[in-house]
Design a protein around this ligand. Sequence first.
Ligand SMILES: C[S@@+](CC[C@H](N)C(=O)[O-])C[C@H]1O[C@@H](n2cnc3c(N)ncnc32)[C@H](O)[C@@H]1O
Length: 203
Amino acid sequence: MADWSRDEFDDLYASVGHDLDQVPWARLAPNATLVDWLDRRTIMPGSRALVVACGLGDDAEELAGRGCAVTAFDLSATAIGWCHRRFPASSVTYQTADLLRLPPEWARRYDLVVEINTIQSLPLELRDEAVRAIAGTIAEGGALFVRCFGRAPDEPADSRPWPVSRAELAVFEQEGLREAEFAEDFPEPNRHRCFRLTYERIF
Ligand SMILES: C[S@@+](CC[C@H](N)C(=O)[O-])C[C@H]1O[C@@H](n2cnc3c(N)ncnc32)[C@H](O)[C@@H]1O
């Protein structure tokens, strides 16, 4: 397996102390592509939403602000501690959990699931399992938003973060989801392309 350990994310969050800007992916604001996607959708108040690997919590708060009943989880207890500290009055249920060992009661529970930049953080050997785990949380008629670094079929994934291929994402369709939207963009010159996808559960 590629160079990877389960503790490394928590170690990284812990290593920055209070200087959250030092977390490489931290924006301390909701993801702009998620905000744009949400602006184009009708969100029913009380929709059950799940934020996968929520990091410091900004995307979860965005969903809560739009009336969703949000659960947000991350493997890192330090990151979840920051969510509680940053948003003490939040309605979001934040909890430490491992995507690869989700609570069984989350199966097919959520109307809206948000996955941003987690799959690419996992080595290729764990992708299939991770994609199936995310898919397993989506209720019938529910939707999934995915944002990730992408790679072309002939492109190697030889450095971190390991960009995600369309073939790896196609596992969502094996799990009963339909790809409803796909877009790619190049937000930063000389960096990876980014994929943005929407899936809907059809069975
Ligand atoms: C690149 S960060 C993205 C965080 C957040 N989604 C964002 O966009 O800011 C990857 C996150 O995945 C979390 N993570 C890694 N492996 C995980 C797992 N097996 N289960 C849950 N979270 C995991 C890390 O702790 C980290 O917060």
